[in-house]
Structures are given as C-alpha cells and as structure tokens.
Write a protein that binds this ligand. Structure first.
Ligand SMILES: [Ca+2]
Length: 573
C-alpha cells in the first residue's frame, strides 16, 4: 500500500469509522515499513597512534598532542580501560571583540585500539567549560560500563569556553552560541575526520549521548544535527534550560520567606521533606499494584495526592517536622504547580510529586543552585539574559535571585539586541522540537530518560514534549523515539530509585539491528556496586532490586505475584 495517498486522505477527507480504523492500521504498518534499517557498524583496529599527530589536519583546528594510553592506565569506576590513543586539541581559537577574552573549543578524543566502528559524542553537563575525560558515560547512576570500554571512539569538549571563563563567557555572543549548539556542530565533522584518519574509515554509526545540559545538547542535536547522528540518548534533558533556570529563581523566592537562617535549606527541612515524600508515597505508591516505595503511576498520582488535604498543617505549636505551615504549603504548591507571571502565563512547566523529593540532590538544586554563584542566578544573568546582568551581581547572587522580576526580567531570555542577535531561548533549545522528521526518516533513533524526582528540569516538561512528538506522528512515535520516566530518580541519578541502566546498548541494538527497546531492566545500586553505592537506597529494599524501564506512557505495574524486588514481577502497561 502506498503511504502517500493515505496520508493525504487522512488529512483531508472525512471517512466512515470502519474505513478510518482500517486506514490507521495500515498507516502504522506503512510508517514502520517506510523507516530505513541502518546497517550495523563493523569493527576496525587502530594501526598506530604514534604517527597520528603528523597526519591529522582539519580546518580551524589545532591538534596539540597525541599519546598512547596503555591498557589499565585509565580506570573508570574501578574498571581498567583497554589501550587507546588520546588526541587533544582545540578549534576556532579567537579573541572576543566584546570582552577581550581568548576563546576556543577545547576537546579530547579517546580512540580505542580495538574499535567497534562507532563514534560517541559525549556531551557534558552544567554550563560546560571543562573537557571531561572522554570515557563515554552511558547515563544513570552507576557505570555498568562506558562507551570507551564498549569500544566507541569518544570525544568530549568544553563547548567553547574554559573553566575560568565560567560563567562570564555569557558576555561574549559567540561563546553563547557555541555553548548553545554551535560547538556540537563544529566538532562533529572534525571528530569524524580524525576517526577516518586514525582507522582508515569514518564511523559507521554515530551517537550523541548526555544527561542534564548534556541531555539538552542531545535534544538540540536531534533537531539541528539529525543528519549526522544515528542514535541520540538524552537524559534528564534541560531542553528549556533558560526557562528552568528562571523557575529556580522563583523557587528561591517562594522558599526564602520560610527560612529561619541565611541557609535556604531551613525553609523546608529534611524532616519536612521526608513528611512530604511520605505523604506522596502513602497516597500514590500502591496505584501501580505494589507498595514498594516507588510511585510508577505518576499520572494517577496527580489525582490521588492533594497537598492541602494529605499533609498536616501546623497549628499554634508551629513547625516541628510533622507538619507544614499554611505558608509553606502555598509555596510548595506554587513551586510544583509551575512558574507563572502575574498575568497567569506559564513560564515553565510544573513538577510531579514523587517519592524522591526528600533527596540530597533535590535539596541541592532548590537550596544551593537556585541562589549560588555557580548555576541558576549567573546562568540567567550572564548567559541567558539580553542584555546581560551587570557583573556586580556576582557579589551577591542570592540578592539577584530574590529580586528577579518574572514580569519584567524574565522576558530577557527571549530578547535580542545589536550585540546579542540570537536569544537564549533560540540558541539553547531545539528548534521545532516536535519535528524529528529528519532523524526519523533516515532510520535514526532517539531515547530520552528523565528521573521523576528531578529538582531542576521538569519530567513533566519532557513528557509534554514527547506528547507533541506523538501527536506530530499520528499519535505514536515509538517506532523511532521513546521516553522512559524513572520513578524516584533525581537529576540524572540518585534518589530512592533503580537508577542503573544501559540505554546506550539498547539504543545501538535499536539503531543497528532494528531491535526496539521493549525490555530494558534498571537496577538499584547497593553496597559493593562497582559504580558506587547509592547512599539514599531505602534500607528495606533488596540491593538486587530491579525494575523494567517502561516506554511512556506505559508504567511498570505489579503482576500480582512474585517478589516485589524482582523486575520480572512487573510489566509495562
Ligand atoms: Ca509502587
């Protein structure tokens, strides 16, 4: 059946119900059949590292050094890495006419002697500015393995500025653009050329992998550079990062009136957050069929948990850890409800109530990052605002956060001027985020995961994005893009969660073998875990607990029999 007339008919003609049903069934089949199957990568061997430096040549690139890293010299999570070739360098060195600083895109590549034929672009987190070890982290809380160990040729970059230029690189317009998306665009062809020179052939398959801001890079890449990547893995993506950072300042303003000292954490103490999480668990845990401390059915929990009703309100005795004041409840409701301006326009998505919101990572985002001089205030002020905030805010970033006006200051994230000609919402976010047609039509695949107890980037924002992708693809995008929401997990890892999983392996099987990721199992990280134990693993849980990761909108539901510690006792539906 030719799909083209069917598409046209579905969009333009009203059909009898039976015909429409038939067409939808055919449409799905045709869609699947229309997607090309990419061939599998084939391995190769690096002949020589020693002579590579002299043979490397790429426009706007200085290759600084090349050296052999003998087997076992580099250890990743206690695991010795096999022999590989380390290449370091920088691209597009320049002096800014705006701030006089010298900028470049620094990078390192690690090229395994025994190569699996694949390229792994490790996109990094935070505000970048650091060339992290190009070991190819696969995401989640504990490296079961890593891209380098799996045989990928891996690149890591600083996205166009160094650590000492953080966060004031935002004053330079080009450094903003490199951080937003252009560094990925510039290093990708260079890295492929290095691989081609080193192995005698370019990468058969290319993957873009990261979490947090790295997840944002990956999602932006899925839109902007889909012609250059076969697989995209985006974890806890801050794909609306300027909005999320503004929402962090809002959280600080909501919490600050309840603080009993200069420490913002006193606004909602651990005892109070434990109470809040316990009440969420009390109302929502069993909705998935198992009282196991994990709220899998987050959609049902929205209706089941009521902050005003389910959390005790403090009486005359005041705060003692067993209640929240009426004012605290209002602030918590505002934070989880999502930032709105005084006109009632939503400026960022809200957050789901989940079991992991009492975790240290959640607290760090809300009480430290929201007011500190490393993350949200300086990112909003220097990198995302046009014009940028004066550098004098560095002297008191908390004051800047608490004075931020959501009606008059927030619009600066979408503003431009003669110096900053592209707004931060433009350079930080994926253009046309629901349109993944380039990626889809060439047979590439995309996997996104997001912890449901993320303290900074909303999993609801990611789910809402995925809903738009489904809608843009006739209601089902699962043949090329899938989203996994991870109950209890904080920002990229941690929390009361099964946070250890290998979605890179799942992605490669999907891209290269057409094996869709239906049965990916996540595990907890207990004592003795090679990737590091999870300090917040609840005492009552087995250290062997496993859970299936379920492709949204499915959730893991208890089958009704079998150990609740066993992944096989749960099914996705
Ligand atoms: Ca449960």
């Amino acid at each position: 059946m030719n799909p083209l007339p069917l598409h046209a008919m579905r969009n333009t003609v009203l059909l009898p119900l039976f015909a429409l049903t038939l067409l939808q069934a055919c449409h799905g089949d045709d869609d699947d059949a229309a997607l090309p199957q990419l061939s599998a990568a084939t391995p190769a061997t690096l002949a020589t590292c020693d002579t590579l430096l002299a043979r490397l040549n790429f426009a706007n690139t200085t290759f600084s050094a090349v050296s052999t890293v003998p087997a076992g010299t580099l250890m990743v999570a206690g695991q010795p890495i096999a022999e590989h070739c380390l290449v370091t360098g920088q691209m597009h060195q320049r002096t800014s006419t705006v701030d006089g600083q010298t900028y470049a895109i620094g990078f390192q590549m690690r090229l395994p002697k025994a190569w699996n034929g694949r390229f792994f672009h490790q996109v990094n987190g935070g505000t970048d500015g650091n060339v992290g070890t190009a070991s190819g982290g696969i995401g989640g809380g504990g490296p079961l393995t890593n891209g380098l160990h799996m045989g990928f040729a891996v690149i890591s970059t600083d996205a166009g500025h160094n650590g000492t230029q953080n966060p004031l690189f935002g004053l330079d317009p080009q450094a903003r653009l490199d951080y937003g998306y252009q560094a990925v665009g510039k290093v990708t062809p260079m890295a492929k050329a290095v691989i081609s020179t080193a192995y005698g052939k370019g990468p058969d398959r290319s993957y873009l992998v990261g979490c947090s801001n790295g997840g944002r890079h990956a999602m932006v890449g899925a839109s902007r550079y889909a012609d250059q990547y076969d697989g995209i893995l985006a974890g806890n993506p801050g794909f609306n990062l300027p909005k999320a950072a503004v929402a962090q300042l809002y959280a600080a303003q909501q919490l600050n009136p309840h603080a009993t000292s200069t420490d913002l954490a006193t606004s909602l103490t651990l005892a109070e957050r434990n109470l809040l999480a316990a009440k969420v668990v009390q109302q929502c845990d069993s909705l998935d069929g198992a009282a196991d401390g994990l709220v899998n059915d987050v959609a049902a929990c929205r209706g089941a948990f009521n902050l005003a009703r389910d959390v005790p309100t403090c009486g005359a005795a005041g705060r003692d850890g067993t209640c929240l004041t009426a004012g605290q409840k209002t602030s918590v409701a505002n934070i989880f409800g999502g930032l709105k301006n005084t006109a009632g326009t939503a400026l960022y998505t809200g957050f789901p109530y989940d079991a992991g919101i009492n975790s240290a990572n959640w607290a760090s985002w809300k009480f430290v990052s929201s007011i500190g001089n490393q993350r949200d205030p300086v990112a909003v002020g220097f990198i995302f605002s046009t014009p940028p905030a004066p550098t004098t805010i560095l002297a008191d970033t908390k004051a800047y956060a608490l004075a931020f006006n959501f009606d008059t200051d927030a619009p600066r994230i979408s503003a431009t001027d003669g110096t900053y000609t592209e707004s931060s919402l433009s350079f930080m976010t994926p253009p046309n985020p629901s349109d993944l047609s380039t990626l889809k039509q060439r047979g590439a695949k995309m996997i996104v995961y997001h912890g449901l107890s993320d303290g900074v980037f909303s999993p609801d924002d990611t789910a809402r994005w995925y809903d738009t992708v489904r809608t843009a693809n006739g209601g089902d995008a699962s043949n090329f893009a899938r989203l996994y929401l991870v109950p209890g997990m904080n920002h990229c890892s941690g929390g009361p969660a099964a946070d250890q999983f290998n979605l890179v392996d799942a992605l490669v099987k999907w891209v290269e073998q057409g094996q869709a990721p239906d049965t990916v199992v996540a595990s907890v990280r207990g004592t003795g875990n090679a990737g590091g134990a999870n300090a917040e693993l609840p005492a009552g849980w087995s250290t062997a607990r496993g859970r299936p990761l379920c492709a949204y909108p499915k959730v893991a539901r208890y089958k009704g029999s079998g150990s609740i510690e066993d992944a096989a006792s749960f099914e996705c539906r």
